[in-house]
Design a protein around this ligand. Structure first.
Ligand code: CTP
Ligand code: MN
Ligand code: MN
Ligand code: MN
Length: 371
Protein backbone atom coordinates (compact mmCIF):
# COMPACT_ATOMS: atom_id res chain seq x y z
CA UNK A 1 0.00 0.00 0.00
CA UNK A 2 2.97 2.32 0.52
CA UNK A 3 3.72 2.31 -3.18
CA UNK A 4 5.67 5.45 -3.97
CA UNK A 5 3.24 7.59 -5.89
CA UNK A 6 5.19 10.09 -7.92
CA UNK A 7 4.44 13.55 -6.56
CA UNK A 8 2.61 15.48 -9.23
CA UNK A 9 4.77 18.42 -10.13
CA UNK A 10 2.79 21.53 -10.95
CA UNK A 11 4.10 23.09 -14.13
CA UNK A 12 5.84 26.40 -13.66
CA UNK A 13 4.46 29.16 -15.89
CA UNK A 14 6.76 31.08 -18.22
CA UNK A 15 5.05 34.26 -16.93
CA UNK A 16 6.11 35.74 -13.59
CA UNK A 17 2.53 36.99 -13.11
CA UNK A 18 1.41 33.34 -12.87
CA UNK A 19 4.01 32.45 -10.26
CA UNK A 20 4.28 33.31 -6.56
CA UNK A 21 7.68 34.71 -5.71
CA UNK A 22 8.39 35.75 -2.12
CA UNK A 23 11.59 37.43 -0.91
CA UNK A 24 12.94 34.02 0.12
CA UNK A 25 15.21 33.00 -2.73
CA UNK A 26 16.29 29.36 -2.55
CA UNK A 27 18.53 29.64 -5.60
CA UNK A 28 20.59 32.74 -4.88
CA UNK A 29 23.88 31.18 -6.08
CA UNK A 30 22.38 30.84 -9.55
CA UNK A 31 20.33 34.05 -9.65
CA UNK A 32 23.29 36.19 -8.52
CA UNK A 33 25.32 34.70 -11.37
CA UNK A 34 22.52 35.39 -13.88
CA UNK A 35 22.24 38.96 -12.63
CA UNK A 36 25.92 39.57 -13.43
CA UNK A 37 25.49 38.00 -16.88
CA UNK A 38 22.33 40.07 -17.54
CA UNK A 39 24.06 43.27 -16.45
CA UNK A 40 27.06 42.52 -18.63
CA UNK A 41 24.72 42.01 -21.61
CA UNK A 42 23.01 45.29 -20.75
CA UNK A 43 26.37 47.11 -20.82
CA UNK A 44 26.97 45.61 -24.26
CA UNK A 45 23.49 46.41 -25.57
CA UNK A 46 22.61 42.73 -26.00
CA UNK A 47 18.94 43.03 -25.10
CA UNK A 48 17.87 39.51 -26.09
CA UNK A 49 20.41 37.61 -23.98
CA UNK A 50 19.93 40.11 -21.14
CA UNK A 51 16.21 39.36 -20.98
CA UNK A 52 16.88 35.62 -21.25
CA UNK A 53 19.13 35.68 -18.15
CA UNK A 54 16.60 37.83 -16.25
CA UNK A 55 13.78 35.41 -17.12
CA UNK A 56 15.89 32.43 -16.09
CA UNK A 57 16.73 34.08 -12.75
CA UNK A 58 13.08 34.93 -12.20
CA UNK A 59 11.94 31.32 -12.72
CA UNK A 60 14.53 30.08 -10.20
CA UNK A 61 13.47 32.72 -7.65
CA UNK A 62 9.93 31.34 -7.68
CA UNK A 63 10.95 27.79 -6.74
CA UNK A 64 10.20 26.68 -3.16
CA UNK A 65 13.21 24.37 -3.41
CA UNK A 66 16.91 24.68 -4.23
CA UNK A 67 18.13 23.23 -7.52
CA UNK A 68 20.62 20.49 -6.67
CA UNK A 69 21.07 18.83 -10.02
CA UNK A 70 20.42 19.87 -13.59
CA UNK A 71 17.87 17.10 -14.06
CA UNK A 72 15.57 18.87 -11.61
CA UNK A 73 15.30 21.78 -14.07
CA UNK A 74 14.09 19.69 -17.01
CA UNK A 75 10.47 20.85 -16.81
CA UNK A 76 11.24 24.47 -16.03
CA UNK A 77 10.54 27.19 -18.61
CA UNK A 78 12.94 29.96 -19.69
CA UNK A 79 16.16 28.04 -19.02
CA UNK A 80 18.18 28.03 -22.24
CA UNK A 81 21.41 26.23 -23.14
CA UNK A 82 23.58 29.04 -21.87
CA UNK A 83 21.75 29.37 -18.53
CA UNK A 84 21.93 25.62 -17.98
CA UNK A 85 25.65 25.55 -18.76
CA UNK A 86 26.23 28.25 -16.14
CA UNK A 87 24.15 26.31 -13.61
CA UNK A 88 26.08 23.14 -14.35
CA UNK A 89 29.37 24.91 -13.70
CA UNK A 90 28.06 26.24 -10.38
CA UNK A 91 26.72 22.82 -9.38
CA UNK A 92 30.04 21.19 -10.21
CA UNK A 93 32.60 23.76 -9.07
CA UNK A 94 30.60 26.04 -6.80
CA UNK A 95 31.23 28.96 -9.15
CA UNK A 96 30.98 30.04 -12.76
CA UNK A 97 34.18 30.89 -14.57
CA UNK A 98 32.31 32.95 -17.09
CA UNK A 99 30.85 35.08 -14.29
CA UNK A 100 34.24 35.41 -12.60
CA UNK A 101 35.77 36.58 -15.84
CA UNK A 102 33.11 39.29 -16.14
CA UNK A 103 33.56 40.35 -12.52
CA UNK A 104 37.28 40.87 -13.07
CA UNK A 105 36.77 42.69 -16.39
CA UNK A 106 37.82 46.34 -16.28
CA UNK A 107 35.01 47.56 -18.52
CA UNK A 108 32.35 45.76 -16.47
CA UNK A 109 33.81 47.00 -13.18
CA UNK A 110 34.01 50.58 -14.42
CA UNK A 111 30.48 50.66 -15.89
CA UNK A 112 29.15 49.07 -12.69
CA UNK A 113 30.87 51.79 -10.65
CA UNK A 114 29.76 54.68 -12.87
CA UNK A 115 26.12 53.54 -13.12
CA UNK A 116 25.96 53.24 -9.34
CA UNK A 117 25.82 57.05 -9.28
CA UNK A 118 22.30 58.53 -9.16
CA UNK A 119 21.63 60.06 -12.61
CA UNK A 120 24.23 58.01 -14.48
CA UNK A 121 22.85 55.39 -16.87
CA UNK A 122 24.66 52.91 -19.12
CA UNK A 123 24.94 55.47 -21.96
CA UNK A 124 26.74 58.09 -19.86
CA UNK A 125 28.84 55.41 -18.17
CA UNK A 126 29.92 54.12 -21.56
CA UNK A 127 30.78 57.61 -22.80
CA UNK A 128 33.02 58.23 -19.80
CA UNK A 129 34.62 54.80 -20.15
CA UNK A 130 35.44 55.42 -23.81
CA UNK A 131 37.15 58.66 -22.83
CA UNK A 132 39.51 56.63 -20.69
CA UNK A 133 37.99 57.56 -17.34
CA UNK A 134 38.10 54.77 -14.75
CA UNK A 135 37.35 56.24 -11.33
CA UNK A 136 35.24 58.91 -9.64
CA UNK A 137 38.34 61.06 -9.17
CA UNK A 138 39.04 60.76 -12.92
CA UNK A 139 35.55 62.11 -13.62
CA UNK A 140 35.62 64.87 -11.04
CA UNK A 141 39.08 65.99 -12.19
CA UNK A 142 38.07 66.16 -15.87
CA UNK A 143 37.22 69.80 -16.62
CA UNK A 144 35.44 69.08 -19.90
CA UNK A 145 32.83 66.88 -18.23
CA UNK A 146 29.59 68.60 -17.41
CA UNK A 147 27.61 66.89 -14.68
CA UNK A 148 23.88 67.59 -14.66
CA UNK A 149 22.12 68.52 -11.41
CA UNK A 150 21.08 64.94 -10.69
CA UNK A 151 24.61 63.61 -11.18
CA UNK A 152 26.07 66.38 -9.00
CA UNK A 153 23.74 65.34 -6.19
CA UNK A 154 24.54 61.72 -6.93
CA UNK A 155 28.23 62.36 -6.25
CA UNK A 156 27.56 64.67 -3.31
CA UNK A 157 25.43 62.08 -1.48
CA UNK A 158 27.08 59.00 -2.94
CA UNK A 159 28.02 57.37 0.39
CA UNK A 160 24.54 57.71 1.85
CA UNK A 161 22.41 56.80 -1.15
CA UNK A 162 24.49 53.77 -2.07
CA UNK A 163 23.80 52.37 1.41
CA UNK A 164 20.63 50.29 1.60
CA UNK A 165 17.50 51.85 3.11
CA UNK A 166 16.00 49.80 5.95
CA UNK A 167 12.33 49.08 6.53
CA UNK A 168 12.44 51.26 9.66
CA UNK A 169 13.87 54.15 7.63
CA UNK A 170 11.18 53.63 4.97
CA UNK A 171 8.52 53.75 7.69
CA UNK A 172 10.00 56.95 9.16
CA UNK A 173 9.94 58.58 5.71
CA UNK A 174 6.38 57.39 5.22
CA UNK A 175 5.37 59.22 8.42
CA UNK A 176 7.11 62.42 7.32
CA UNK A 177 5.47 62.42 3.89
CA UNK A 178 2.11 61.43 5.35
CA UNK A 179 2.21 64.38 7.69
CA UNK A 180 3.37 66.78 4.96
CA UNK A 181 0.72 65.70 2.46
CA UNK A 182 -2.08 66.02 5.03
CA UNK A 183 -1.04 69.58 5.78
CA UNK A 184 -1.93 70.28 2.13
CA UNK A 185 -5.16 68.25 1.89
CA UNK A 186 -6.67 66.47 4.90
CA UNK A 187 -8.16 63.81 2.64
CA UNK A 188 -4.92 63.03 0.74
CA UNK A 189 -4.22 59.38 -0.08
CA UNK A 190 -0.69 58.13 0.48
CA UNK A 191 0.51 54.59 -0.27
CA UNK A 192 3.86 52.92 0.05
CA UNK A 193 4.77 51.08 -3.13
CA UNK A 194 7.93 49.57 -4.76
CA UNK A 195 10.10 46.98 -3.04
CA UNK A 196 8.96 47.80 0.49
CA UNK A 197 5.35 47.06 -0.44
CA UNK A 198 6.61 43.67 -1.65
CA UNK A 199 7.92 43.03 1.85
CA UNK A 200 11.60 43.62 1.17
CA UNK A 201 13.76 44.33 4.25
CA UNK A 202 16.02 46.74 2.34
CA UNK A 203 15.73 48.93 -0.74
CA UNK A 204 17.74 51.38 -2.80
CA UNK A 205 15.00 53.99 -2.39
CA UNK A 206 11.47 54.40 -1.02
CA UNK A 207 8.56 54.69 -3.46
CA UNK A 208 5.20 56.38 -2.78
CA UNK A 209 1.94 57.22 -4.55
CA UNK A 210 0.00 60.33 -3.55
CA UNK A 211 -3.39 61.42 -4.81
CA UNK A 212 -6.77 62.76 -3.76
CA UNK A 213 -10.16 61.00 -3.60
CA UNK A 214 -11.67 63.73 -5.78
CA UNK A 215 -10.72 63.43 -9.46
CA UNK A 216 -8.85 66.51 -10.70
CA UNK A 217 -7.93 67.77 -7.23
CA UNK A 218 -4.56 65.97 -7.43
CA UNK A 219 -3.35 68.61 -9.92
CA UNK A 220 -1.07 70.65 -7.64
CA UNK A 221 -0.67 68.10 -4.89
CA UNK A 222 2.85 66.98 -5.77
CA UNK A 223 4.18 70.52 -6.29
CA UNK A 224 2.69 71.56 -2.93
CA UNK A 225 4.17 68.51 -1.25
CA UNK A 226 7.60 69.38 -2.62
CA UNK A 227 7.21 72.97 -1.32
CA UNK A 228 6.24 71.59 2.07
CA UNK A 229 9.33 69.33 2.25
CA UNK A 230 11.48 72.24 1.15
CA UNK A 231 10.07 74.45 3.93
CA UNK A 232 10.86 71.71 6.43
CA UNK A 233 14.47 71.91 5.25
CA UNK A 234 14.71 68.23 4.33
CA UNK A 235 14.75 68.51 0.53
CA UNK A 236 18.33 67.81 -0.60
CA UNK A 237 17.48 67.24 -4.27
CA UNK A 238 14.34 67.34 -6.38
CA UNK A 239 13.61 66.59 -9.99
CA UNK A 240 9.92 67.25 -10.57
CA UNK A 241 8.26 66.11 -13.80
CA UNK A 242 4.83 67.61 -14.44
CA UNK A 243 2.06 65.35 -15.76
CA UNK A 244 1.89 64.73 -19.50
CA UNK A 245 -0.91 62.22 -19.07
CA UNK A 246 -3.39 62.00 -21.95
CA UNK A 247 -6.32 59.76 -21.09
CA UNK A 248 -7.26 59.10 -24.71
CA UNK A 249 -3.90 57.47 -25.50
CA UNK A 250 -3.61 53.70 -25.76
CA UNK A 251 -1.31 51.94 -23.28
CA UNK A 252 2.29 51.88 -24.42
CA UNK A 253 3.71 48.86 -26.25
CA UNK A 254 7.17 49.59 -24.95
CA UNK A 255 7.83 48.36 -21.44
CA UNK A 256 10.66 50.69 -20.59
CA UNK A 257 8.59 53.75 -21.50
CA UNK A 258 8.05 55.84 -18.38
CA UNK A 259 4.55 56.68 -17.35
CA UNK A 260 3.15 60.18 -17.90
CA UNK A 261 1.91 61.00 -14.41
CA UNK A 262 3.34 63.81 -12.33
CA UNK A 263 6.30 62.40 -10.42
CA UNK A 264 9.43 63.40 -8.60
CA UNK A 265 12.80 61.88 -7.86
CA UNK A 266 14.06 63.17 -4.53
CA UNK A 267 16.88 62.98 -2.07
CA UNK A 268 15.58 63.66 1.43
CA UNK A 269 17.36 64.30 4.68
CA UNK A 270 16.24 61.76 7.28
CA UNK A 271 16.98 62.69 10.90
CA UNK A 272 17.62 60.18 13.63
CA UNK A 273 19.46 57.75 11.41
CA UNK A 274 22.84 56.89 12.87
CA UNK A 275 25.44 57.44 10.20
CA UNK A 276 28.89 56.57 11.49
CA UNK A 277 32.04 57.52 9.63
CA UNK A 278 31.29 57.40 5.94
CA UNK A 279 33.67 58.05 3.09
CA UNK A 280 32.98 61.75 2.71
CA UNK A 281 32.43 62.80 6.28
CA UNK A 282 35.13 61.02 8.24
CA UNK A 283 35.98 64.34 9.86
CA UNK A 284 32.43 64.63 11.18
CA UNK A 285 32.96 61.36 12.98
CA UNK A 286 29.26 60.57 12.62
CA UNK A 287 26.07 62.52 12.09
CA UNK A 288 22.48 62.28 13.19
CA UNK A 289 21.03 62.16 9.67
CA UNK A 290 21.40 60.42 6.34
CA UNK A 291 20.33 61.13 2.77
CA UNK A 292 17.72 58.81 1.25
CA UNK A 293 16.40 58.46 -2.31
CA UNK A 294 12.61 58.81 -2.56
CA UNK A 295 10.34 58.51 -5.62
CA UNK A 296 6.77 59.86 -5.58
CA UNK A 297 4.17 59.50 -8.34
CA UNK A 298 0.82 61.28 -8.39
CA UNK A 299 -1.85 59.81 -10.69
CA UNK A 300 -5.51 60.87 -10.89
CA UNK A 301 -7.62 58.67 -8.59
CA UNK A 302 -9.30 56.77 -11.44
CA UNK A 303 -5.83 55.48 -12.47
CA UNK A 304 -4.71 54.70 -8.92
CA UNK A 305 -4.98 50.89 -9.25
CA UNK A 306 -2.93 50.83 -12.47
CA UNK A 307 -0.24 53.01 -10.90
CA UNK A 308 -0.15 50.95 -7.72
CA UNK A 309 0.19 47.75 -9.74
CA UNK A 310 2.84 49.31 -12.02
CA UNK A 311 4.95 50.82 -9.25
CA UNK A 312 4.83 47.84 -6.90
CA UNK A 313 7.05 45.84 -9.27
CA UNK A 314 9.18 43.89 -9.42
CA UNK A 315 10.39 45.01 -12.81
CA UNK A 316 10.31 41.40 -14.07
CA UNK A 317 6.79 40.95 -12.69
CA UNK A 318 5.66 44.08 -14.56
CA UNK A 319 7.33 43.00 -17.80
CA UNK A 320 5.57 39.65 -17.68
CA UNK A 321 2.18 41.15 -16.76
CA UNK A 322 2.35 43.25 -19.92
CA UNK A 323 3.67 40.41 -22.03
CA UNK A 324 0.92 38.13 -20.71
CA UNK A 325 -1.76 40.74 -21.41
CA UNK A 326 -0.52 41.30 -24.96
CA UNK A 327 0.26 37.73 -25.94
CA UNK A 328 -2.38 35.72 -24.10
CA UNK A 329 -5.26 38.22 -23.92
CA UNK A 330 -4.76 40.70 -26.77
CA UNK A 331 -4.80 43.49 -24.20
CA UNK A 332 -2.48 46.42 -23.62
CA UNK A 333 -1.47 47.20 -20.03
CA UNK A 334 0.70 49.97 -18.61
CA UNK A 335 0.79 52.21 -15.51
CA UNK A 336 -2.16 54.24 -16.84
CA UNK A 337 -4.73 51.82 -18.23
CA UNK A 338 -5.80 48.46 -19.62
CA UNK A 339 -7.12 48.29 -23.17
CA UNK A 340 -8.90 45.30 -24.74
CA UNK A 341 -7.89 45.19 -28.42
CA UNK A 342 -10.66 42.72 -29.31
CA UNK A 343 -13.50 44.75 -27.78
CA UNK A 344 -11.66 48.01 -28.59
CA UNK A 345 -12.39 49.40 -25.13
CA UNK A 346 -10.65 50.50 -21.95
CA UNK A 347 -11.29 48.33 -18.88
CA UNK A 348 -11.73 50.35 -15.70
CA UNK A 349 -10.36 49.26 -12.33
CA UNK A 350 -10.51 50.58 -8.79
CA UNK A 351 -8.33 47.87 -7.22
CA UNK A 352 -5.41 45.70 -8.30
CA UNK A 353 -7.76 42.71 -7.97
CA UNK A 354 -9.97 44.22 -10.70
CA UNK A 355 -6.97 44.29 -13.06
CA UNK A 356 -5.97 40.69 -12.35
CA UNK A 357 -9.63 39.71 -12.89
CA UNK A 358 -9.82 41.57 -16.25
CA UNK A 359 -6.69 39.67 -17.29
CA UNK A 360 -8.14 36.34 -16.14
CA UNK A 361 -5.25 35.94 -13.72
CA UNK A 362 -5.30 34.58 -10.22
CA UNK A 363 -4.58 37.41 -7.80
CA UNK A 364 -0.94 37.60 -6.70
CA UNK A 365 -0.29 39.40 -3.41
CA UNK A 366 2.35 42.18 -3.41
CA UNK A 367 4.76 40.06 -1.32
CA UNK A 368 4.46 37.32 -3.95
CA UNK A 369 5.61 39.62 -6.76
CA UNK A 370 9.36 39.47 -6.05
CA UNK A 371 9.97 37.93 -9.44
N1 CTP B 1 8.70 52.40 -12.00
C1 CTP B 1 7.98 52.91 -13.05
N2 CTP B 1 8.29 54.13 -13.56
C2 CTP B 1 9.31 54.85 -13.06
C3 CTP B 1 10.07 54.35 -11.98
C4 CTP B 1 9.73 53.11 -11.48
O1 CTP B 1 7.04 52.28 -13.50
N3 CTP B 1 9.60 56.05 -13.57
C5 CTP B 1 8.33 51.11 -11.46
C6 CTP B 1 9.33 50.02 -11.80
O2 CTP B 1 8.92 49.30 -12.93
C7 CTP B 1 9.32 49.17 -10.58
C8 CTP B 1 8.78 50.04 -9.46
O3 CTP B 1 8.34 51.23 -10.07
O4 CTP B 1 8.45 48.08 -10.78
C9 CTP B 1 9.79 50.31 -8.40
O5 CTP B 1 11.00 50.76 -8.97
P1 CTP B 1 12.37 50.81 -8.19
O6 CTP B 1 12.27 51.73 -7.04
O7 CTP B 1 13.44 51.11 -9.18
O8 CTP B 1 12.62 49.30 -7.74
P2 CTP B 1 12.16 48.49 -6.45
O9 CTP B 1 11.46 47.29 -6.95
O10 CTP B 1 11.42 49.36 -5.51
O11 CTP B 1 13.54 48.02 -5.84
P3 CTP B 1 14.50 48.82 -4.84
O12 CTP B 1 14.25 48.23 -3.49
O13 CTP B 1 15.87 48.57 -5.33
O14 CTP B 1 14.13 50.26 -4.89
MN1 MN C 1 12.21 51.22 -4.92
MN1 MN D 1 15.18 52.76 -9.45
MN1 MN E 1 12.07 53.93 -7.19
Amino acid sequence: PEAATPTPVATVSQYACQRQTTTKNNNKVFTDAFEVLAESCEFNEMEGPCLAFRRAASVLKSLPWAVQCLRATEDLPCLGEHSKAVMEEILQYGRSFEVEKILSDERYQTLKLFTSVFGVGPKTGEKWYRRGLRSFSDILAEPSIHLNRMQQSGFLHYGDISRAVSKAEARALGNIIDEAVHVITPDAILALTGGFRRGKEFGHDVDFIVTTPELGKEGHLLASLIDQLEQQGILLFCEHQASTFDMSKLPSHRFEAMDHFAKCFLILRLEGSQVVGGLHNAEEGGRSWRAVRVDIVSPPIDRYAFTLLGWTGSRQFERDLRRFARTERRMLLDNHALFDKTKKEFLAATTEKDIFAHLGLEYIEPWQRNA
